[in-house]
Design a protein around this ligand. Structure first.
Ligand SMILES: N[C@@H](CCC(=O)N[C@@H](CS)C(=O)NCC(=O)O)C(=O)O
Length: 201
C-alpha cells in the first residue's frame, strides 16, 4: 500500500511533510481533507487521528503518525534534511520546538482568522500580533548573518518555518520590516521548487 498523507492544501502544517516527500522523491498519495468543515471530526477520520487534525500520514504498513514536525522527521530520516552533526541536529530541534510554541500559534492563527475566516483584525487578540512580530524578529536576528536557520544548508528547520512565514502578510504582518527573512523566504522557496525558474533568479 502506498503511503497516504491526509492534509489540507491551505494548511502550512500539512504542506511541510508534502514538501519533504517531494524533495526526497518519496512516493506518497495526497488525500485532501478540509480543516474547516468538520471533516477532521468524523468517526472515520478520528479512527486515523484521534486528535482530529491534519496532517496525518498512514505509512505503507498501515501505521499512523500525526504532528507535522514528527511526520517530517520520519520521512526525512537519514537524509540531508537532518544535520548529521549532533549539535546542529539539536539546533534544528530547537527551531522545530520553537516553531510550534512561539511562531505557529501566533502567525498561523492570525493567517487563519484574517485570511480564511475573514474575522476583522480589530476583533483579534492583540497579543497575537505582538507574539508574531517577536517571532519574526527572532528569525531576522539569525538570518541577518546566515543563509539558513541551522548551519549552512537547508534543513527541516527551514521547511517548518517557511510554511507560515511566507504567508505572514495574509495575517497582517509586514515582511518588509524583516529583510533577511524576506531573502531567506526567496532562497528556501527556490530550494523547494515553489517558484518558477524565471522568478527565482
Ligand atoms: N501541531 C499540529 C497542528 C495541526 C493543526 O493545527 N491542524 C489543523 C489545520 S492547520 C486542523 O486540522 N484543524 C482542524 C480541526 O482542529 O478540526 C501539527 O503541527 O501538525
Amino acid at each position: 500500500m502506498m503511503m497516504r498523507l491526509y492534509g489540507s492544501s491551505q494548511s502550512g502544517n500539512c504542506l511541510k511533510p508534502k514538501w519533504v516527500a517531494a524533495l526526497l522523491g518519496l512516493d506518497l498519495e495526497w488525500v485532501e481533507v478540509s480543516a474547516f468543515d468538520g471533516s477532521t471530526r468524523t468517526p472515520e477520520f478520528l479512527a486515523i487521528n484521534p486528535a482530529g487534525q491534519v496532517p496525518v500520514v498512514v505509512l505503507s504498513d498501515g501505521r499512523t503518525l500525526s504532528q507535522s514536525n514528527a511526520i517530517m522527521l520520519h520521512l526525512a530520516e537519514e537524509s540531508r534534511l537532518i544535520p548529521s552533526d549532533a549539535y546542529n541536529r539539536a539546533k534544528m530541534f530547537e527551531w522545530l520546538f520553537w516553531e510550534q510554541y512561539s511562531h505557529e500559534p501566533a502567525i498561523a492563527v492570525r493567517i487563519a482568522r484574517m485570511h480564511y475566516l475573514k474575522i476583522p483584525e480589530a476583533e483579534l487578540d492583540p497579543a497575537l500580533l505582538t507574539k508574531g512580530e517577536a517571532a519574526l524578529a527572532r528569525m531576522e536576528l539569525r538570518l541577518k548573518g546566515a543563509a539558513y536557520l541551522v548551519g549552512d544548508a537547508l534543513s527541516l528547520a527551514d521547511i517548518a518555518l517557511i510554511a507560515y512565514t511566507r504567508n505572514a502578510p495574509k495575517g497582517g504582518f509586514e515582511l518588509a520590516r524583516y529583510p533577511a527573512v524576506g531573502a531567506w523566504i526567496a532562497r528556501v522557496e527556490r530550494d523547494l521548487g515553489l517558484v518558477n525558474a524565471s522568478e527565482a533568479s
